[in-house]
Design a protein around this ligand. Sequence first.
Ligand code: MUC
Ligand code: MG
Length: 367
Amino acid sequence: MKIVKIEAIPFAIPYVKPLRFASGEVHTAEHVLVKIHTDDGVVGVGEAPPRPFTYGETQAGIVAVIETVFAPQLIGLTLLDRERAQQRLQRTVGNPAAKSAIDIALWDALGRTLNQSVTALLGGYTDRLRVSHMLGFEEPAKMVAEAERMIETHGIRTFKVKVGRQPYTLDTVVVRTLRERFGNEIELYVDGNRGWSATEALQAMREMSDLGLSFAEELCPADDILGRRWLVDHLDIPFVADESVTTPAEVTREILGGSATALSIKCARTGFTQSQRVHHLAEGLGLEVIMGNQIDGQLGTMCTAAFGAAFSLTSRRAAELSNFLDMSDDLLTDPLEIHDGDLVVRQGAGLSVEIDESKLTHYRLDQ
Ligand code: MUC
Ligand code: MG
């Protein structure tokens, strides 16, 4: 169970349909595959999606910090030295995706070693999650057509609509059109990625107050401290903190400061170990939770599903598990599928996924 080698492999896979949102757009999955090798031949995997405009990490930066800072501190520990590994990762500030991919690969390796699924090791609550699909910025007709396709092809009935544009009516018209087209057949919530001011956000939310939205996510920046508190105070639906909660401490700060009333948990950002801590905090504070998507590939999506299915609180709401559908290809030998609105969590050892080495050779950027 001793860690003997850690690889950080950059790869790039284009999207068929780019995702556009208030803080950026993604055309190519420029991710990093992490492989952790143990002395008994087990290999655990994790996937880091850099989000330069959100957390400041880049693909090259993730490779560098893993190779030069994290790997030397972890080699020699065993897979059971989990708290020691966390302490060594977390003493470095920031770098959430790099740390998370390592943490996930450690859990995958542990699951493979013990011949248990990660979801069973974490909590083993259920075997599937309902899926929520993210609708990025497009013409209203295209966003409605995409929702239609998701309902027909995958049975998905929960949609997170990206908002945060100026003027805000560009977004409110889309949400209204979706509600009018599908009625109560669908669940809708919105995510602003910090695009609006607190005032714009409240005006937009008032204009949509008859549309039965379930949540409002990160509509304005958390650093607009008083404005955001004022906004959250005036809303009558939960306000989800997403990119403002990259650590359990930030969760405490946002929630106790009155700047959010619900949480998005992203394994791409808090791995499994820190996501557990965020989950326990949410449970203790009585907060609603959504399993979010950091525009993950299939490996990252499987991690979110494995974690979400492990607990009652994280499996209550539809989880954001469908961004991979817009990628032109992926690295797994056995692709994920969404049927009847659900994604089933595999119960094999670890994350129960295998990397297709010929695809990795094709898409990797370092050879
Ligand atoms: C989301 O929920 O915000 C967009 C940027 C990112 O990091 O995640 C996505 C989706
Ligand atoms: Mg978000």
